[in-house]
Write a protein that binds this ligand. Structure first.
Ligand code: SF4
Length: 399
């Protein structure tokens, strides 16, 4: 992976990029407002039924808005049903490799952790994709650590090609690349690019990412734009909640999504709000940064009021009861029956979808271990459709 020298200093990011716009946003002030909004301001936004600005969104994250969670949830449900219908799209992650050159203090795959390292052979990728297809999945997310030797473009391209006959929707979550390095993946048929900033708070980012290319904050932040340039027409962004103040992160990811919807206007944008889970390395988040289930619900609903067209993704990091509740309140994409270990699906029984052995090499431990069929049944029991594959894939491909 090549990186132009202009990116070696993040402050030299292109002037028309999100990282440049983000540096001008008064995020700290907005985060302060999100903690101190008064009830009258919140009630005025709720009467209007939508958030028209980041300032409105900040107010909807406040403790004052938390007191109106039922009203917020009703608005979110109404808006979600209007723009997405009563449907939740299901997907499975497939971990290709835990080789990684980065030190990310909170991640089980961080290069300083002494764990067995593996990049699974393409034949195994294809077998496990077929196994996931037999569970009903038609959307797959290929995930890998960042390693120029093991996770090279050629390997991932071939994985995409070999997965597509089993799985018509293939997305990728890899280390950031140049647009020209993404193009072969788009040509191979990958439909979506997922990249999380982890934390948008730059001082925290620099403390947590101490080695490897990931330490380039602005380079990572501008990745979705390079992916769009390369032809991806689905872009997924997110923050890892637990690394910094959750209101700051929610404001930042909302600002990023608004920017992408404006600049990358042909793309569908989805937002993910993963919370920290136990992982190798034993990283302990600052308790004051942790987001409660109620605050997570409030954030999902507030996002919907600001960004009615954006997808919202919820992974198996979250507990079953919260996932069940959020089906009706704004979530549009869910993973199910996940393994976060490269090759981990080998251990899963095809009938029960229970793992026969510990997932010792997993990136993090999931909270919702229910099999895919149980998740689909839960969604249907709430009067929603469990969608295994979007019907608009043709619209999402490069044009
Ligand atoms: S978060 Fe990603 S880049 Fe960082 S150590 Fe884990 S796999 Fe590597």
């Amino acid at each position: 992976m090549s990186r132009p020298s202009k990116y070696h200093l993040p402050e030299e990011a292109p002037a028309d990029s999100f990282s440049a716009e983000f540096a001008r946003l008064p995020l700290t002030e907005l985060a302060y407002r999100s903690r101190h909004a008064d009830a009258a301001r919140v009630e005025a936004i709720l009467r209007c039924g939508q958030a028209e600005s980041l300032e409105d969104f900040a107010a909807l994250l406040s403790p004052a808005a938390g007191a109106h969670l039922e009203t917020l949830a009703a608005h979110s449900q109404r808006l979600t049903q209007r723009f997405f219908g009563k449907a939740v799209r299901l997907f499975a992650p497939l971990y290709l490799s835990n080789e990684c050159v980065n030190v990310c203090t909170y991640c089980g795959f961080s290069r300083h952790n002494d764990i067995p390292r593996i990049t699974i052979p393409i034949e195994t990728v294809e077998e496990q994709t077929a196994k996931l297809a037999r569970q009903g999945f038609r959307s797959l997310l290929l995930v890998a650590g960042e390693h120029p030797k093991y996770v090279s473009n050629g390997y991932v391209e071939e994985c995409v090609r070999r997965c597509l006959p089993h799985m018509p929707g293939v997305s990728i979550e890899l280390g950031p690349m140049e647009a020209e390095d993404y193009r072969p993946l788009v040509v191979a048929g990958a439909e979506a690019l997922i990249v999380y900033q982890e934390t948008y708070h730059r001082p925290t980012y620099e403390v947590l990412h101490t080695a490897g290319p990931k330490k380039y904050y602005a380079w990572r932040m501008d990745t979705p734009e390079r992916g769009y340039q390369a032809g991806f027409r689905r872009l997924g962004i997110g923050a890892l909640f637990g690394l910094h103040d959750w209101r700051y992160e929610a404001l930042a990811v909302a600002a990023h999504a608004r920017y992408l919807l404006r600049k990358c206007w042909k793309a569908q944008v989805s937002i993910s709000l993963p919370r920290m889970r136990p992982a190798a390395g034993g990283f302990q988040p600052d308790p004051s940064f942790l987001m409660s289930d109620r605050e997570m619900t409030q954030t999902v609903c507030a996002l919907r009021m600001l960004l009615p067209h954006a997808g919202v993704t919820l992974s198996t990091r979250e507990p079953a009861n919260l996932r069940d509740g959020l089906v009706r309140l704004g979530v549009t994409l869910m993973s199910a029956g996940s393994s976060t270990e490269p090759g981990g699906y080998d251990a899963f029984d095809e009938t029960t979808w229970a793992a026969a052995e510990d997932q010792a090499g997993e990136q993090f431990h999931i909270a919702d271990e229910r099999p895919p069929a149980a998740i689909a049944a839960m969604i249907r029991a709430q009067g929603y459709e469990a969608v295994w594959k979007d019907h608009d894939a043709a619209l999402a491909t490069a044009s």
